[in-house]
Design a protein around this ligand. Structure first.
Ligand SMILES: Nc1ncnc2c1ncn2[C@@H]1O[C@H](COP(=O)(O)OP(=O)(O)OP(=O)(O)O)[C@@H](O)[C@H]1O
Ligand SMILES: [Mg+2]
Length: 235
């Protein structure tokens, strides 16, 4: 069964139709990527799924439940966590406090142990655990945003362009970490302009063009697609 199913979703900004009826699904255990150029509607899709932008038409089904009309604050309790575009961390808090905030809704488990787990994955965060987050580098803030999201123990982790603005080395590290989280059981919906790296780790992917799904397939299929090669893989 699909963990997330989006059916004929339409989103408007005023009179502008940003999503023109898109449908896609994410099955439990998968990594699914939406790729698309600037302005294609990737962020809009993600924000709509988490209830930050209302759907004008269509349905969003999560874990068998229709959440189309649910407000964001109710949706976050369903085990869906989003790392928005442009890494948002609590600037005034330390690295450690940011990670703690990630777990604030949890009633279960050993939070200290989970923070240790995050430090094992992100050594830089451990080295900088007492540093004020606002003074971290861009790449470190991206790692903190991802670490904080994982502290929520999401069933579905959604990442909006996690590789944006990172050095090639850090990009590889971020994709490795996404793969590792997935291996541990987290289902992932990824939005990326970095089509090559994201398709390589994706079970399936969709190409979003101008508010519509133009193509879909396995990550492998889309990497081989002439259209995708030409438009998103630099030839
Ligand atoms: N608040 C807004 N008001 C009006 N139009 C908006 C708003 N937010 C986004 N749009 C428009 O909706 C379309 C889709 O934008 P969106 O941010 O979803 O694209 P994107 O695929 O995430 O692009 P990028 O890769 O640049 O982040 C764009 O044409 C954009 O200008
Ligand atoms: Mg975007």
């Amino acid at each position: 069964m699909a963990l997330l199913e989006v059916k004929d979703l339409e989103v408007y900004y005023g009179v502008i139709r940003a999503l023109k009826g898109i449908s896609f699904e994410v099955n439990e255990g998968e990594i699914v990527t939406l790729i698309g150029a600037n302005g294609a509607g990737k962020t809009t899709t993600m924000q709509s799924v988490v209830g930050l932008i209302p759907a004008r038409a269509g349905h969003i089904i999560y874990d068998g439940k229709d959440i189309t009309k649910l407000p964001c604050h109710k949706i976050v309790h369903l085990g869906m966590t989003q790392v928005p575009e442009g890494r948002h961390v609590f600037q005034e808090l330390t690295v450690y406090e940011n990670l703690l905030m990630g777990a604030y809704m949890r009633k279960d488990g050993d939070i200290k142990k989970d923070i240790k787990g995050i430090y094992e994955r992100f050594h830089r965060l451990e080295e900088r655990k007492n540093q004020i987050a606002g003074t971290l580098s861009g790449g470190e803030q991206q790692m903190l945003a991802m670490g904080r999201a994982m502290m929520c123990k999401p069933k579905l982790l959604m990442l909006d362009e996690p590789s944006m603005g990172l050095s090639p080395l850090l990009v590889d590290e971020v994709f490795d970490i996404i793969k590792a989280f997935n291996k541990e059981g987290t289902t992932v919906l990824l939005v990326e302009q970095n089509a090559g790296k994201s398709l390589a780790i994706s079970d399936r992917a969709y190409v979003l063009e101008n508010g519509r799904i133009a193509l879909s397939g396995t990550g492998e299929e889309l990497m081989q697609s002439e259209e995708v090669k030409k438009a998103y893989l630099g030839g």
